[in-house]
Design a protein around this ligand. Structure first.
Ligand code: GTP
Ligand code: MG
Length: 141
């Protein structure tokens, strides 16, 4: 399986998605620092939101096969800049989380933003209902 670095705003669903992909119980725990979860690299949302920490994400990604840019489509705050994926030394794919809560419009807006950031391909998932998890698992295999 590809080793992934999870990137995304605070509470967008990074840790929960890693638990769901690994068939673990969904157990909320705030991520405080770079951590290994289910063999992947999880990051705190603050690393994306506070620009001084961005360099840590770039350096950490060197140890991975793939970066996932996550977006919670129900949140109004979007942190990715146009072409941001090009700063990473490995491929970047996109994940829209919390599909169980989002409207079609919110999902489409998130797709547009992830495309603009250069993420490809883009998955739409819900860690709660399991929607989209199988497609993402297959891609990571
Ligand atoms: N409805 C719904 N809630 C979700 C889903 N995924 C995560 N959540 C909830 O969103 C909240 C934040 O999830 P986390 O996985 O901790 O978010 P995170 O991106 O790891 O956040 P940080 O560690 O702070 O960067 C928790 O209360 C989760 O239960 C989902 O697919 N659907
Ligand atoms: Mg977390």
């Amino acid at each position: 399986m590809k080793r992934v670095l999870m990137v995304g705003n605070v509470a967008c669903g990074k840790t929960t998605l890693l638990q769901a992909l690994d068939d673990q119980p969904l157990d909320y725990k705030k991520t405080q620092s770079i951590e290994i979860v289910a063999g992947h690299i999880d990051s705190p949302g603050e690393y994306l939101e506070r620009r001084v920490h961005l360099q840590n994400l770039l350096v950490t990604s060197v140890d991975t096969d793939l970066v996932l840019f996550l977006i919670d489509p129900t949140q109004d705050r979007y942190m990715y800049s146009a072409g941001q994926s090009a700063a990473f030394p490995v491929p970047v794919a996109g994940v829209i989380t919390k599909a169980d809560l989002a409207t079609e419009e919110e999902i489409q807006r998130s797709k547009d933003l992830l495309e603009l950031a250069g993420a490809d391909p883009i998955f739409v998932v819900s860690s709660y209902t399991g929607e989209g998890l199988e497609e993402l698992r297959q891609f990571l295999e």
